[in-house]
Design a protein around this ligand. Structure first.
Ligand code: HEM
Length: 127
């Protein structure tokens, strides 16, 4: 009812700075650039919508794109354990850059670890 969501606690401005800092790193990471578009503007816009909703804020992603189905939307890309670790590393560095710290950071990050593990769809050792 009057509960603050993680989105309220982090704030839209910090969340947007986080996503921008994150994709700046993704765009330079040798494990990630092969599967991401060169221009990450639209990717960042969608991620701001998605994370707003993921953190309990307004359902911006679903309003524009429908059910998130994140694992299904990632199936066109080879997501290995190495790439999941790289993704999470970019996110930790971005959290450091924007000064996101304390329990809110730890809980957000722990959830992202689970979601990232769920996105893995390719066994790199089998290749
Ligand atoms: C889209 C990679 C984890 C949320 C994408 C795209 C790639 C990608 C290549 C397509 C970018 C584009 O064409 O615009 C990865 C990799 C991950 C990962 C390597 C490592 C595990 C995650 C996680 C989340 C997430 C943990 C959410 C917490 C999204 C969203 C989009 C996206 C919201 C945009 C979907 C859309 O097009 O509507 N990701 N991702 N990803 N990813 Fe991930």
């Amino acid at each position: 009812e009057n509960m603050l969501t993680p989105f309220d606690m982090i704030g839209e401005e910090t969340l947007h700075r986080l996503v921008d800092a994150f994709y700046h790193r993704v765009g330079q990471h040798p494990d990630l650039t092969p599967i991401f578009p060169n221009d990450l503007t639209e990717t960042a816009r969608k991620q701001k919508q998605f994370l707003t909703q993921y953190l309990g804020g307004p359902t911006l992603y679903t309003n524009e794109h429908g059910h998130p189905m994140m694992r299904a939307r990632h199936l066109p890309f080879e997501i290995t354990e190495t790439r999941a670790k790289a993704w999470l590393g970019c996110m930790r560095e971005a959290m450091d850059e924007v000064g996101l710290s304390g329990p809110i950071r730890d809980e957000f990050y722990a959830r992202l670890v689970l979601t990232a593990q769920h996105m893995i769809n390719t066994d790199e050792n089998a290749k």
